[in-house]
Design a protein around this ligand. Structure first.
Ligand SMILES: Nc1nc2c(ncn2[C@@H]2O[C@H](COP(=O)(O)OP(=O)(O)OP(=O)(O)O)[C@@H](O)[C@H]2O)c(=O)[nH]1
Ligand SMILES: [Mg+2]
Length: 501
């Protein structure tokens, strides 16, 4: 239980309370008096002046309230700039990617394909949805094509285009692999890319909208894709069930689903008079009238508007993918820079002659490393910021060096010849590890935030310095560099060695 304050202290508190109450009462009285006299004087003023003053007071109060709100309102998530992506700048960015970047050729083809399809002046429709919902069966029913269909999910393994003639209109249907719960799945990625290339997307479902397909819908809407909900396999539902399902889907899509049945083959068991049972396949009834009507209505519209939004969607998708490829390139570059400076730090440590001179060399190198990395990510910190970060990183090192040295020692033992070279080499290897840790912590932060967030960098740096397994991995990766450095420094090192380093 808490001890009660002593009697004199309670007396003092009571006195303070009385004084505070008196003060509050007095302030209230004066404030009321002042307010009343203002109102009184306002009343005696001519109307226009009284209203003018009242308006002025109102403006001052509102402006103050607005300013206070601006100060304390919760931070808003910054919206990704929705500016339109222009094709020319995308082409320039693609050209800047290294030739061997896997995405470069594919994305350039994607841009070329925009014109190829536009020149065809034909409506492209992607038949998109989860695996085994009956997409291929629908395409087969609409185009009279023989397409592989199966009760097993994942039957369609590649994108295929089929011509579909509807009265005078001719459209192209893309049968695509089904999506499933694994978002990274390559077939599903290909299906999504084709959906982006289409003018409209038939979102095929054989039941209620589930979480995965709702996520696909959100994603398609982000690209402004016209999405037509299609409920297939309606032969499986009773009328009342179908009506309820239709109402639910209509609410989710703001659009009634198109009801149909792609048919497919049904397995039936035929019982013969002699009691024998035989399995047979029988085609189910096809119902595609409503879907055909819907497609015809799209085909009857002028293609111009749909083509413009199709192109915009493709450019946006390509923009995102170019962004990812650029980020990947920067990662590769950053790794090169970190390795280059780790090597220099090791050289500096081996070369240092005067006591403490290596610290000077390393400080300068660390600043250079940080500057190169920030330049790579287009961040422009001041020299003071960089120096402060190097100083702070040095401060964080104190506790971690013992572990770094111990792990460097362990790693060197496993490398024949190096373990016997003694303290200087360990010192150098430790410097290499420290530079790798600092460089990677900064590269990671720049990758995530795009600017020099010193607190995050230092946190990442500290985490690595206290993580034995990461340090051990770094030491192992640096040992070949260490050998190079030693070769360079040994008196009998040949010019050839120096060149290859
Ligand atoms: N009851 C019924 N079953 C259907 C209908 N349409 C298709 N099916 C069956 O659903 C299963 C899957 O059909 P597919 O057309 O291969 O489905 P899919 O969406 O192309 O499948 P994936 O290519 O694997 O993504 C098959 O067993 C079809 O027979 C239909 O209208 N009614
Ligand atoms: Mg299929």
């Amino acid at each position: 239980m808490q001890a009660r304050p002593t009697f004199p202290l309670r007396l003092l508190l009571a006195a303070i309370l009385v004084l505070l109450a008196l003060g509050a009462l007095l302030t209230l009285t004066y404030a009321t008096d002042a307010l009343l006299s203002i109102v009184d004087r306002l009343e005696r003023l001519p109307d226009w002046m009284a209203w003018g003053l009242a308006g002025l007071i109102f403006v001052v109060i509102s402006a103050t309230a607005w300013l206070i709100w601006q100060l304390f309102r919760p931070a808003q998530a910054r919206k990704r700039s929705e500016s339109k992506v222009d094709r020319k700048s995308l082409e320039i960015r693609l050209d800047k990617l290294p030739e061997q970047a896997t995405e470069r050729g594919r994305l350039q083809d994607e841009l070329v394909d925009i014109d190829r399809r536009a020149a065809q002046s034909q409506l492209y429709v992607a038949v998109f949805g989860e695996i085994s919902t009956g997409k291929s069966s629908l395409v087969a029913a609409l185009t009279d094509s023989a397409i592989e269909r199966d009760v097993l999910g994942g039957t369609t393994r590649e994108i295929r285009h089929y011509r579909c003639a509807l009265d005078s209109a001719e459209i192209t249907l893309a049968d695509v692999p089904g999506t499933n719960e694994e978002r990274g799945d390559a077939l599903a990625v290909a299906a999504r890319e084709e959906a982006i290339r289409a003018h409209i997307v038939l979102l095929v479902m054989d039941g209620d909208l589930n979480r995965d397909i709702a996520a696909e819908l959100t994603w398609l809407r982000a690209f402004d894709k016209p999405v037509v909900p299609v409920l297939t396999k309606i032969d499986r539902y009773q009328d009342a069930e179908l009506a309820a399902l239709t109402t639910r889907l209509q609410k989710r899509f703001d659009h009634a689903p198109v009801l149909c049945s792609g048919g497919g083959m049904a397995e039936v068991i035929v019982r013969h008079a002699d009691g024998r049972e035989e399995k047979r396949s029988r085609p189910r009834q096809v119902q595609t009238k409503a879907l055909e009507a819907c497609l015809k209505s799209y085909a009857a519209r002028p293609l111009g508007g749909l083509e413009t939004s199709r192109e915009r969607a493709i450019l946006k998708a390509v923009d995102l993918r170019v962004g990812d490829a650029e980020a990947e390139q920067r990662r590769v570059q950053a790794e090169k820079i970190v390795r280059q400076y780790a090597r220099r730090a090791m050289l500096g440590a081996v070369a240092a002659v005067a006591p403490g001179s290596d610290l000077l060399i390393q400080g300068t190198l660390a600043t250079l490393l940080l500057r190169r990395l920030t330049e790579l990510y287009g961040a422009r910190p001041s020299e003071v910021d960089l120096d402060n970060l190097v100083q702070a990183a040095g401060g964080r090192l104190r506790g971690g060096t013992a572990l770094v040295l111990a792990i460097a020692g362990n790693a060197a033992k496993a490398f024949p010849g190096l373990g016997t070279l003694g303290g200087g080499m360990l010192h150098a290897l430790a410097y290499g590890m420290i530079f790798s840790s600092l460089g990677r912590a900064l590269a990671d932060t720049l990758h995530k935030t795009g600017n020099l967030d010193s607190a995050k960098v230092l946190k990442g740096f500290e985490q690595t310095l206290s993580d034995k397994s990461t340090l051990a991995r770094q030491a192992k990766a640096l040992l070949p560099l260490m050998t190079e450095v030693l070769m360079e420094k040994l008196p009998d090192t040949s010019q050839k060695n120096r060149d290859s380093a």
